[in-house]
Design a protein around this ligand. Structure first.
Ligand code: DCT
Ligand code: MG
Length: 408
């Protein structure tokens, strides 16, 4: 800010420098404000294009952490509010530098404003810092990092004095089968899954599916379909062009995978959604009504040709170097009848917030109920058919947003 010629000129004119400097700072500030873009975006995330190119990661990471803290404390309303605020910042075309730029934006509540202001002024948010240091938050993160453990269970354990894995293992708490598998493969399952690993798993599942039902189709969904390079799991959607052919497919696929030693854990649920039996009712928005398999895969790591041969110890393959030759990966398989495929594809591509906002838009703005099985028009009292995601967006009166722009 120091501009010597300006100072000397002021001195010559006889103005007290201090006052002039204050004035100069003010002018600077006003100019900055005038230059700064005031952002404006539509209020539903499903009306916006959100790519992975986030210009405000410092702000969105902070808000996402507070959302996570709220979700782990079962304060879902507060969690959604922080998720919405973060999503608004994710779609801005450039970094926020000034609070005034935010004045026209939707979904930014008083609390989010406070966090953003703190970061813009001090470089960090004191609330985020104290959360990260809090023993309760750290314990919730470690315990819910176990596959099969949710916020409720983690809270119960913390109240019993359990804060880490060692304490859990010696506590005598009974774990269900999923949690035992989760604990056993804890490190692997908390390691990001790469796109290459997702593709490798996709190929294995494709081999399984095609060997039990030749014309079945398989699609990579979830974050990887939105273009993410890593994820916490691999989500795959399976269907068959002839309605009904997909019935009973999952147990056969699971048996095939099991017989080849690909599954470390699996739990299959059957499809309980039948439109004929549901009648004109709000379709379920939850995900557990498809024929679905929650699993943990044993994925062979890619071995360089030049590396030494392997040896087996306790049934686990190791390099001679002692390095394990496989890793555990969470895989979700979903089977959908072709008539529901477009809804399943849209519902399982995410992001979670984008899905939530689609359903909110459908309900509040269009008097429709959207689920991952169907779309129901409450005014016309009928289901609206769709064979593509584009048709569903059109039914909802929304501009089509491709998967790579659903990263809200
Ligand atoms: N989904 C949803 N609501 C939920 C859970 C899931 O709408 N409560 C949908 C959206 C994403 C998809 O299912 C897969 O879920 P995740 O694997 O949890 O999400 P992801 O975006 O694939 O995240 P990650 O990349 O970490 O796997
Ligand atoms: Mg996923």
């Amino acid at each position: 800010l120091l501009d010597i010629s300006w100072y000397t000129e002021s001195m010559r004119a006889g103005h007290p420098v201090e006052i002039l400097e204050r004035h100069r700072l003010q002018v600077h500030f006003q100019n900055d404000e005038a230059k700064a873009v005031v952002f404006s975006v539509p209020s539903y995330a499903c009306q916006r294009r959100t790519t992975l190119d986030n210009h405000n990661t410092i702000l969105t990471d902070a808000l996402s952490l507070l959302a996570e803290k709220a979700e782990l404390s079962e304060e879902d309303g507060r969690g959604v509010a922080f998720r919405r605020a973060a999503a608004v910042l994710k779609c801005l075309p450039q970094p926020v530098t000034n609070m005034m730029q935010l004045r026209g934006l939707p979904c930014l509540g008083e609390h989010s404003f406070r966090v953003i202001k703190d970061i813009l002024e001090n470089g960090t948010s004191s609330e985020v810092e104290s959360t990260q240091q809090s023993e309760r938050y750290k314990a919730l993160k470690v315990l819910t990092g176990i596959f099969g453990v949710g916020a409720k269970t983690a809270d119960r354990w913390i109240r019993a004095g359990i804060h880490n894995l060692r304490q859990l293992q010696t506590s005598g708490q009974t774990l269900n089968q999923a949690q035992r598998a989760g604990l056993q493969h804890y490190d692997d399952l908390n390691l990001p899954v790469t796109k290459a690993e997702a593709d490798a798993i996709g190929e294995i599942v494709e081999e399984a599916v095609v060997s039990v039902l030749p014309d079945a189709q398989i699609t990579l969904i979830g974050g990887f379909r939105r273009g993410k390079l890593t994820g916490h799991d691999v989500d795959l959607l399976i269907t068959h062009p002839d309605e009904g052919k997909e019935v009973g497919l999952m147990p056969k696929v699971v048996s095939w995978l099991q017989s080849k030693g690909f599954l470390l854990y699996q739990k299959t649920t059957i499809n309980s959604y039948l439109e004929s039996e549901e009648g004109p009712r709000r379709p379920s928005s939850n995900m557990d009504r498809f024929e679905r398999c929650f699993s943990i895969f044993k994925l062979q790591k890619k071995v360089e040709a030049a590396q030494p041969e392997t040896q087996a110890e306790n049934g686990i393959q190791h390099h001679k170097s002692g390095c394990r030759l496989w890793r555990a990966v969470r895989v979700d398989l979903v089977v959908s009848p072709i008539s529901q495929f477009a809804f399943a594809l849209l519902g399982w591509t995410g992001s979670k917030l984008f899905e939530r906002e689609l359903r909110r838009w459908a309900g509040h703005e269009k008097a429709m109920s959207l689920g991952s099985h169907a779309l129901y028009d409450n005014r016309q009292s009928r289901y609206l058919r769709a064979t593509s995601e584009e048709e569903i967006f059109a039914h909802l009166g929304l501009e089509y947003i491709p998967p790579s722009e659903r990263n809200a």
